[in-house]
Every structure is written in C-alpha cells, then in structure tokens.
Design a protein around this ligand. Structure first.
Ligand code: AMP
Ligand code: GLY
Length: 423
C-alpha cells in the first residue's frame, strides 16, 4: 500500500519508522520530510500547508492512505480536501481540528460540557480585556485564540505584564489574525502531563502518558520552546489520575465533540495539569505532540498502521491498543545554539549507529551531498528505551554524547523531575 505522511519534523520521522513496520506498507512519501526522514521514505518537496499541491500529488501518485501530522494543514482542512478525492486519512476534519485551532472554541466547549479547565474570559475588544485584567488576581495567562507556532501563550506574573501581553497581541498584532481575539485565564499550578489518544469519534484509547520539557534551559529556565525533551510514562499519571482523566476529561471531550456535530477522528492530545483540585485541561492539540511522539511510539506494542486504519474506519472499539508496561523511554532534543531565538543553520552533523532500543529522530536537518547538515531550531531527538526510566535517561544521554554537531546544545536534566517523583 502506498501511503503519504504530511509534515517534516522528528514527530513525522517517528511516525514513519513505526508505519514502516507493517508489511502492507510498501511505499511511504513524506511531504516535505527532511534529510533524516529521507532514509526511511521518499521525500517530496511540497510544503505541509500547500493544500492544492498535496491533493494533486496524492491523486497523481494514487496514494491509498494519508497521515496528516502538523496542526496547520489540519486546521486548514487538508483531511476534508483529501477525503473529497476519496483518499482515507488519519487526522481530524477541519470542523474538529478547531479544538486546537481556536482556544476560544476549546474553552467554550469545556465550559458547556463541564470539563475541568482554568477559569477564563474571551475578548474581541481590547478595552474590555484590559478592564477584566484590572479586576483579576495575578498571576494570569494571556493566550492568542489561533495558532501561533507555540508562542501564543504568555504567563503574566503581574497585571502590568498581562496588560502588555494583551496590547502585544491585540494592538501590535504580534500573532496576526491569531491574536485578534484573546483568552485571559486563571494561572494553574501543578505538574504537567501529556496524554495522546487515538479516537474514532466514539471510542478513545489513550496512549502511554508522557512529560514534555518546554523551557530551553536546565531547571526550566529560559524561553518556551517546542519541547526540549520528553520522558514516558509520566510518573505523575497514576492509575487513579488516569481513571479520573478518562471519566472527567477524555470521554466527556469525545462525546462533546460528537454532540456538537464535530466528531474527532485521529490523535487528540490532552495537555493536562494535575492541580490540587484534580486534573485540568491546559490545552487540546488536534495531533500528535512533538517530541511526545518520539517517546510514545517506541513503547507502542500494537501495530501503528493497524490502529490508524481502525480509527479511520471507526473500528477502534474492536482494536487492541497496547503499550509496553515494563519499559520507559527518554528523548533528548539537540537544538541549534540560540534556539528558540536566532540561530545559524548549515552545520555538518555526524550520527552514531543506534543500537536495539535506540532511535535517532531527525527534526531539522537536510542532506547536502552525502552529509547531513542542520536546517532548523530543533535538530535531533536522541531517544532510548530501557526497563527503567533511570536507564532510559542514561541511554538517551549516552547516545546524544556520540553525536558530532558543533552548533548543537541540549538540556542536561531531561527526566530529572520525573526521577525524583519515582523515588
Ligand atoms: P501551550 O503553548 O498552549 O502548550 O502552552 C504553553 C505552556 O504554558 C503550557 O505547557 C503550560 O506550561 C503553560 N500554561 C498554559 N496555560 C496555563 C495556565 N492556565 N496556567 C499555568 N500555566 C499555563
Ligand atoms: N510538545 C508540545 C506540542 O507538540 O505541542
């Protein structure tokens, strides 16, 4: 079967390596892919947001199944466009992808269906937002409504910071149309947990839980990034928390979307915070997380392609979705020096050969002749699995040590917080 994966980061690299394990999958195209993905799939130079070109390519190549991984093509309606041409897809339609595409939509959905989340108000008018801020206790969180490359969330310690954040988004147009509407919400505290789940709109099958490390520097210092490393499973996600999440968050969300006439099919990502009052939703993503996918898929025992097709066909209820119970995983992200701000590209990279249980997922590198050179902010996801989290962390770091990439840097404390809890 000829399939295509839309996207070109480490997440897509992990998805493609897992999809390849199914013998029915004979050919994989990656649009646009990257220099690492090129070892596992045929890369086609079409941007993930160029919907007409993607649809034309899929028709010309007689693609039989498509996996749409990034947020923007999902929110733009790529799944709808491919389905119109009769191509089955993994990923939500546009009317369901809005759960990530509009934070205001997500917040209103949670309010309407009683799903626990931070208190909030939505504003289209700047004066109204500013006056609300004056009546609220700090700290608070200001969020751009739409997609903003993961940068549209500002944690404000004081009212003054919150006022500035609102002006930044609504007056100065920092995030363009995405910030014309803002959500101002209560600041929540507690450990964060990522849970990706498969859902066909009726059944929800959570994957193994994980923990992202979003800040650029050790000790959760520095700027927010797309994610500098992950571990799985997340030790804060106990059986009791998992049960509560299923009852109070996962099933209610799936049912709410169905009831709204927006059945969600694909991977729904629950970004959770474990507060004193129990688990609450920080955000929904309409897709696999990056770099959560890089630790979740290596622990998946069921066949990914089989599960994906069950999601598409609406048979998830009858399809086992299993993850290793006695293993942990760690992914250490190697980024370009300067990321998430200014950084240089084009530095040569040489990689070790991964052993059994080790994976190198390439996020931002391209081929230049025979050499791999850096081409992005996040460059390599060095991943390892092992019987314990401590061993997985140690192995992932040992693998990262073996990389030669002059312009790279990585955090030294991925998994540290999780290891502390385990003890
Ligand atoms: P996002 O870009 O939506 O993933 O949000 C980035 C990060 O901001 C989250 O991972 C949280 O750490 C933090 N955050 C978002 N909303 C809140 C909130 N209401 N309270 C505290 N932290 C938050
Ligand atoms: N790692 C968080 C995300 O994919 O949005």
């Amino acid at each position: 079967m000829k399939i295509m994966v839309v996207g070109g980061g480490g997440r897509e690299h992990a998805l493609i390596q897992a999809l390849k394990k199914n013998p029915e999958v004979t050919e994989i195209f990656a649009l646009p892919g990257n220099g690492g993905i090129a070892q596992d799939a045929v890369c086609v130079d079409i941007a993930a947001t160029d919907l007409p070109a993607i649809v034309a390519f899929a028709e010309k190549e007689h693609i039989e199944y498509a996996v749409v991984a990034p947020d923007d093509p999902l929110v733009l309606g790529l799944v709808d466009a491919l389905e119109e041409k009769g191509i089955p897809c993994f990923g939500p339609r546009k009317n369901a992808a809005i759960i990530e595409g509009s934070k205001a939509f997500a917040k209103n959905l949670m309010k309407k269906y009683g799903i626990p989340t931070a208190e909030y108000e939505i504003f289209d008018d700047m004066e109204a937002a500013l006056s609300y801020i004056d009546r609220r206790p700090a700290p608070m969180v200001v969020k751009a409504d739409g997609l903003a490359l993961g940068k549209g969330v500002l944690i404000c310690r004081t009212r003054e910071e919150a006022r500035q954040a609102v002006c930044f988004m609504m007056e100065q147009g920092a995030f363009g149309a995405s910030g014309r509407r803002v959500v101002v919400e209560e600041f929540l505290e507690g450990p964060e947990i990522s849970v990706l789940s498969f859902t066909d709109g009726e059944t929800v099958a959570p994957m193994v839980s994980s923990m992202d490390h979003k800040r650029a520097l050790d000790g959760d210092q520095g700027l927010n990034t797309g994610g500098m490393g992950t571990i799985a499973p997340n030790p804060f996600y106990t059986e009791d928390v998992a049960r509560r999440c299923m009852e109070e968050i996962f099933l209610p969300t799936i049912r709410a979307m169905a009831r709204e006439g927006r059945p969600f099919k694909g991977c729904l990502y629950f970004g959770l915070m474990l507060t004193q009052d129990g688990p609450k939703v920080i955000e929904y993503n309409c897709r696999f997380g990056d770099p959560e996918t890089q630790v979740v898929l290596p622990l998946m025992e069921s066949d990914l392609f089989t599960v994906m097709r069950a999601v598409t066909d609406g048979h998830l209820k009858d399809t086992p979705v299993r993850f290793a119970k006695d293993k942990s995983a760690c992914c250490v992200m190697i980024a370009s020096k300067g990321y998430p701000e200014k950084y240089e590209k084009g530095f040569p990279i040489s990689l070790p050969v991964p052993a059994e249980g080790e994976h190198i997922y390439v996020s931002g590198a391209k081929r230049q002749g025979d050499t791999l050179v850096s081409s992005g902010g996040r460059v390599l996801g060095m991943t390892a699995t092992a019987p314990t989290l401590a061993q997985a962390v140690e192995r992932a770091y040992a693998l990262a040590e073996k990389v030669s990439f002059e312009n790279g840097y990585y955090r030294r404390d991925i998994g540290k917080r999780a290891l502390k809890v385990e003890k």
